[in-house]
Design a protein around this ligand. Structure first.
Ligand code: PLP
Length: 422
C-alpha cells in the first residue's frame, strides 16, 4: 500500500478565505433545449425503477430518513422544510453508494450479457459470477464519498479497488476508504487531474475498470448508470413527503460537484412532474462553480487550479456532459456559494429549533439548507427570494448528502464556529 502524500494542509481545517464573499445567483436564461437523450432515455421512469429494484435487493437496504423541520419552516415563513438525511445510508454516511453500487452491478450484468433486471444482488456477488469474470480492479478518483462507495461495492464482489484522492484531502476520509479494503492514497493533483490519473492507471491494467461519475468522449455508460442510481434518493424523498401529506415540493435545492447528482435529481423531478416541475436551484461551492459559470456562458466552462473549499465533495471543475444537458434544459436557478453558507447550514441542522430533529450534515451536505436559511432572512438576498417565489405556501426539499464523514472537521465547524456567517 502506498503512503499518502499530503503536502498541503487539509482544506477543511484551514481558515476560510473570506466570510464576506457574497452568494452569486442567476436564473436559467439559456435558450430552450429539451434535455435530449439524457432526459428522455437515461433518466426515464423505466430506468429509475430498474435501479431501485436493484437497490432493494441489497441485504439491509433501507430508505434514509426525511427530516421534517416544521419549526424551522414556521421561523423562516414557509409551509414546509424537508431534509433528506443521507448520513444514514448504510454505514457509509453518504448517498454515493446508490450510484457506485448500481454502476458496478450494471457493469457486471453487461459482462455477463444479461439485463440487470434479470440479476439480483445475490447473483452479482455469488462465487459463480466471481469465477466467470475473474479478477477485476475498480479504479476511482474521489474526495472521499464516491471512492468509499466504490471500495464498498468492490469488496462485496470479492474484487479489488484502487482509489486516488486530490491534494488536501482529509486523512479521516482516506482511512474510511482503506477500511473498505481499497488501495488508496492522496495525490498532489486536483480532482479533475486525479480522474485523468486513475484513467491512465486503469488503462495500464488489463483487468482495470474506471468507475467515475463524470463523462469523457467514449465514457458515458458508467456515469449514466451512476446517475440512474442517484434518482432513487429523490424518489424516496418524494414517497416520504407524501406520507407527511404533501403532494410534491414547490422548491428543490440540490448541490453540484461534477453535477451527476444534480442532473439525476433534476431529471427525476422533470420527468415525474413535467410542466408542474418544482423550482430547482443548483448550488455549488464558489471555488468550483463550473455549472454556474457554464450557465452564464451557455456552454460548458472549466474551473482550474486548487479549488480551495471546505466542500470537498463539490470541489470539481468540470461538469459532467450528461448532467449538463439536463440542467441546461430544466434547472431554474444556479448559485455559487462561499464556504460560510454551508458552515451555517451545518450549524442550523445540528442545533435545531425546539421540536425539530437534528441532522448531522457534512460540509458538502448542508449548503442547500444553509442557502435557504440565508435567502429567507437576509435583506441582501431579497431579490433572489422574490425571483424564487418563496412564500408561506412553499414546500422546500433539500438533500443533506453526507454526514460527518470527517468528524474532526465537522466539530471544528459546528462546535468551534469555524467559518462564521457574519
Ligand atoms: C456529500 C456529497 N454531496 C454532493 C456531491 C456532489 O455530487 P456530484 O459530484 O455528482 O455533483 C458529492 C460528490 O462527491 C458529495 O460527496
Amino acid at each position: 500500500m502506498r503512503e499518502p502524500i499530503n503536502t498541503r494542509e487539509p482544506i477543511s481545517t484551514r481558515e476560510p478565505i473570506s466570510t464576506r464573499e457574497p452568494i452569486k445567483w442567476t436564473p436559467n436564461t439559456m435558450p430552450h433545449f429539451d434535455g435530449g437523450l439524457s432526459l428522455a432515455n437515461l433518466l426515464s421512469r423505466e430506468e429509475i425503477e430498474k435501479a431501485r429494484a436493484f437497490h432493494r435487493s441489497i441485504p439491509g437496504y433501507l430508505a434514509t430518513p426525511l427530516a421534517k423541520l416544521d419549526h424551522l419552516a414556521a421561523h423562516l415563513g414557509v409551509r414546509g422544510i424537508y431534509v433528506k438525511d443521507e448520513s444514514r445510508r448504510f454505514n457509509l454516511k453518504s448517498f454515493k453508494m446508490l450510484g457506485a453500487s448500481y454502476a458496478v452491478a450494471r457493469y457486471i450484468a453487461q459482462r455477463l450479457d444479461t439485463d440487470i433486471a434479470e440479476l439480483s444482488y445475490e447473483d452479482i456477488v455469488s462465487p459463480e459470477t466471481r469465477e466467470k469474470l475473474g479478477q477485476i480492479t475498480f479504479y476511482a478518483a474521489t474526495d472521499g464519498n464516491h471512492g468509499r462507495a466504490v471500495a464498498w461495492a468492490a469488496s462485496r464482489l470479492g474484487q479489488k479497488s484502487v482509489v486516488c484522492m486530490p491534494a488536501g484531502s482529509s486523512l479521516a476520509r482516506l482511512e474510511n476508504i482503506r477500511a473498505e479494503g481499497a488501495e488508496a492514497w492522496i495525490t498532489e493533483l486536483n480532482y479533475d487531474d486525479a480522474i485523468r490519473y486513475v484513467k491512465q492507471l486503469a488503462e495500464r491494467d488489463e483487468n482495470g475498470v474506471v468507475i467515475q461519475d463524470t463523462t469523457w468522449p467514449g465514457y458515458e455508460d458508467i456515469p449514466g448508470w451512476i446517475m440512474q442510481g442517484y434518482c432513487g434518493m429523490a424518489e424516496e424523498a418524494d414517497e416520504q413527503l407524501r406520507l407527511y401529506g404533501e403532494d410534491r415540493p414547490t422548491h428543490v435545492f440540490v448541490q453540484a460537484g461534477v453535477g451527476a447528482l444534480a442532473g439525476a435529481v433534476q431529471g427525476y423531478y422533470a420527468n415525474t412532474y413535467g410542466e408542474d416541475c418544482p423550482i430547482t436551484t443548483i448550488v455549488e461551492a464558489s471555488a468550483a462553480d463550473c455549472v454556474y459559470r457554464s450557465a452564464l456562458a451557455n456552454e460548458r466552462v472549466r474551473v482550474e487550479g486548487e479549488m480551495n473549499t471546505m466542500m470537498a465533495g463539490l470541489a470539481c471543475g468540470e461538469v459532467c456532459s450528461l448532467s449538463w444537458d439536463v440542467l441546461k434544459a430544466k434547472a431554474s436557478f444556479f448559485v455559487s456559494a462561499p464556504d460560510w453558507v454551508t458552515a451555517r447550514g451545518m450549524r442550523v441542522l445540528a442545533a435545531p429549533l425546539r421540536g425539530d430533529e437534528s441532522v448531522v450534515s457534512g460540509e458538502s451536505g448542508a449548503v442547500g439548507l444553509g442557502l435557504v436559511s440565508i435567502v429567507l432572512t437576509s435583506p441582501d438576498y431579497a431579490d433572489f427570494r422574490a425571483a424564487l417565489k418563496l412564500d408561506e405556501h412553499s414546500v422546500i426539499m433539500c438533500f443533506s448528502t453526507e454526514g460527518n464523514t470527517d468528524p474532526e472537521a465537522w466539530r471544528r465547524i459546528v462546535w468551534d464556529g469555524l467559518c462564521p456567517s457574519y
